[in-house]
Design a protein around this ligand. Structure first.
Ligand code: AP5
Ligand code: MG
Length: 214
């Protein structure tokens, strides 16, 4: 099963993609997480990506596409994957389709997690991310057991640099301009499924499972 998660920054793509990956035993591929891991490890890719990410801008397509397509070659992708944060532009979607067409494959579902802009800024200011393992929490909705400390690995929890309110607004603008057109793109391919992302996380997941089948 090959799934794409669509939605504004903070819509809950990462939260839901993790649950989908567990339930259907497929890998969760998040380009944002890949870039953040590269930034943490001080790689060349990380240095380049950081300059765009900190401003709320997209990393150029040429730095993203090959990275994701190369990832598909790994054994764990044999039964599919859930893509979170990719594609994010029409050229990325076209490159993905072209790479899949070469091996006679295609995307099965593009799930759009819908959350209005008004809800997003509030959500993002409450998100906390682990500096070490990347696990995410929310001060109100999924608080860590011990304040400021990751339940999974014990490292420090921080507000992501790009989660500051002014950067979130910029990311929302970039989303509307460059990523929202993908909704029409996948509608025309008959794979788009919409779910309401404003309800409780468990309810959002139940709606997704209904779309994907048990
Ligand atoms: P990326 O990491 O993908 O960020 P994003 O798309 O902006 O999305 P987020 O991770 O911020 O949100 P999410 O939808 O995953 O929400 P989450 O589940 O965490 O990308 C970061 C940057 O990398 C980009 O800005 C860009 O620069 C670059 N980049 C990445 N991919 C790229 C690409 N393909 N091309 C070019 N550049 C790229 O949830 C948010 C919060 O809300 C959490 O705290 C969560 O706990 C909470 N929450 C989730 N669901 C609910 C709910 N139902 N109710 C209440 N709270 C909820
Ligand atoms: Mg995410």
């Amino acid at each position: 099963m090959k799934i794409i998660m669509l939605g504004a920054p903070g819509a809950g793509k990462g939260t839901q993609a993790k649950k989908i990956a567990e339930k259907y035993s497929i890998p969760h591929i998040s380009t944002g997480d890949i870039f953040r891991a590269n930034i943490k490890n001080g790689t060349e890719l990380g240095k380049k990506a950081k300059t765009y990410m900190d401003q709320g801008l997209l990393v150029p397509d040429e730095l993203v596409v090959d990275l994701v397509i190369d990832r598909f070659a790994q054994d764990d992708c044999a039964n599919g994957y859930v893509l979170d944060g990719f594609p994010r532009t029409i050229p990325q979607a076209e490159a993905l389709d072209a790479a899949l067409a070469k091996i006679n494959e295609k995307i099965d579902y593009a799930i759009n997690v819908e959350v209005p802009d008004e809800n997003i800024i509030k959500r993002m200011s409450g998100r906390r991310a682990c500096v070490s393992c990347g696990a995410t929490y929310h001060l109100e909705h999924i608080p860590p057991k011990k304040e400021g400390i990751c339940d999974t690995c014990g490292a420090e929890l921080i507000l992501r640099d790009d989660d500051k309110p002014e950067t979130v607004q910029k990311r929302l603008n970039v989303y509307h301009e460059q990523t929202q057109p993908l909704i029409d793109y996948y509608t025309s391919k008959n794979v788009l499924k919409e779910v309401d992302g404003t309800v409780d996380m468990a309810e959002v997941f139940a709606a997704i499972v209904k779309v994907l089948g048990e």
